[in-house]
Design a protein around this ligand. Structure first.
Ligand SMILES: [Zn+2]
Ligand SMILES: [Zn+2]
Length: 278
């Protein structure tokens, strides 16, 4: 495959992805106003603005990063080093396996971010959000985006996925990630049907709980199978009662853009609540 074609496709699909994300975000934002799970939020615009501001900074800093991933996956294909290049399957089977491999990697990378104190310093910015809504889906510290990018440079060629497969994964997973961060009230029945396959708001609210046994569960990003497979699946009977965020953060630490950016540099990081609370 011609490298220039790949780059053009990557850039084009990137724009389409952002357009789809913007439309999904507006729909979720409206639904959050109509049927909120956690009620009584009065500063939705300021909160969402700060989260989207961080996403914009990341988009500007990493705007050329896609080219690096194109190069790395293309290198893996040309040198036949990846897992998928050694598998004999029909084309549709390879695509499904590629989606599973990328999503499985996302699960393990997320677990590593909770396990290693250095990476948690950056990932804590995502968890510090005490008013989680759909905009929290793009609230990641610039450092975390950078480490994730470096890890992908190494892992994607080893998995043997192609650029179009990676783009398909990103296009189908992003709306799901926006949705499971949203502050939308679903019934347990509605959520249960969805969570057989996908990560849902009931699952991800638990992951954003301030209580450590809940924070350190439900690491999946797109498909819910990984938490079921590796024993990290956890539910709370009433997600509306979950206290979100991390303990010990002043408002300016978690809600303002400078507070988010400075978080990893703090000497003592607020901890997850370890005491049994229920
Ligand atoms: Zn997390
Ligand atoms: Zn999250």
């Amino acid at each position: 495959m011609n490298e220039k074609w790949l780059l053009l496709r990557q850039l084009d699909t990137g724009h389409t992805k952002h357009l789809v994300a913007a439309v999904v975000l507006v729909c979720l934002w409206t639904a959050e106003g109509l049927i909120p799970l956690h009620r009584g939020r009065t500063r939705r615009l300021a909160h969402g603005g700060a989260n989207l501001g961080l996403a914009l900074i990341n988009a500007v800093i990493f705007q050329g990063a896609g080219i690096g991933l194109v190069w790395a996956t293309d290198w893996g294909q040309r040198h036949q080093v990846g897992l998928l290049t050694a598998v004999q399957l029909p084309v549709w089977g390879l695509w499904i396996l590629a989606i599973l491999l990328i999503d499985g990697w996302q699960y393990f990378w997320h677990r590593i971010n909770h396990r290693l104190p250095f990476l948690w310093r950056f990932h804590a910015v995502h968890h510090a959000d005490a008013e989680m809504d759909a905009t929290s889906a793009v609230r990641f510290h610039t450092g975390e985006i950078g480490f994730s990018f470096l890890a992908r440079l190494l892992v994607l060629p080893l998995l043997g996925v192609t650029v179009p497969q990676l783009l398909l994964y990103e296009a189908i997973s992003l709306p799901v990630i926006l949705f499971h961060h949203s502050n939308i009230r679903l019934t347990n029945n509605q959520d249960r049907w969805l969570r057989w396959l996908l990560v849902t708001p009931w699952m991800h609210q638990v992951h954003h709980s301030h209580w450590q046994p809940e924070t350190d569960s439900n690491y999946s990003s797109f498909l819910s199978i990984w938490d079921r497979l590796f024993g990290s699946f956890r539910l709370n009977p009433d997600p509306a009662t979950i206290r979100l965020g991390l303990d010990g953060w002043r408002e300016a630490d978690w809600r303002s853009l400078p507070g988010m950016l400075k978080t990893p540099l703090r000497r003592r990081l607020p901890q997850k609540e370890k005491r049994p609370i229920r």
